[in-house]
Design a protein around this ligand. Structure first.
Ligand SMILES: [Zn+2]
Length: 121
């Protein structure tokens, strides 16, 4: 079977390791892959951004202890976070950019704002 261009499916002539008929097809193919990957990345960033804004909004309201159910109703998705680390041998903190939370008891979280360390000049 003759190999075909990965982009336009035209049978390829010449070298057996050729994947595309020309640079236009090669570029079009790579752009499509990049486009699909960018969509995936943007979806995740958008979920993380929404999570951060929910944590920020609640934190700024002065209420730092809330139920997970309450923030999930607002659209928070707990499976998305930017960092995780153990606070002690039982509890882990999940970060969402500059906000973090720990589950202090089943279904109840405490939100904190992470303060950036200012560089000493
Ligand atoms: Zn082609």
């Amino acid at each position: 079977m003759k190999p075909k261009c990965l982009e336009c499916h035209t049978p390829l002539l010449g070298r057996s390791d050729k994947k595309f008929c020309d640079n236009l097809c090669r570029t079009a193919h790579h752009n499509k892959i990049q486009h699909r990957e960018n969509i995936e990345i943007r979806k995740t960033i958008s979920i993380l951004t929404k999570n951060r804004s929910i944590l920020k909004q609640i934190f700024e309201s002065g209420e730092t202890i809330v139920s997970l159910k309450y923030i999930e109703i607002k659209g928070f998705r707990k499976e998305y976070f930017t960092q995780f680390h153990m606070v002690n041998d039982k509890m882990g903190a999940k970060h969402c950019f500059d906000y973090s939370y720990i589950e202090i008891e089943e279904g109840v979280i405490q939100i904190a704002q992470l303060v950036a360390k200012t560089e000493q000049v």
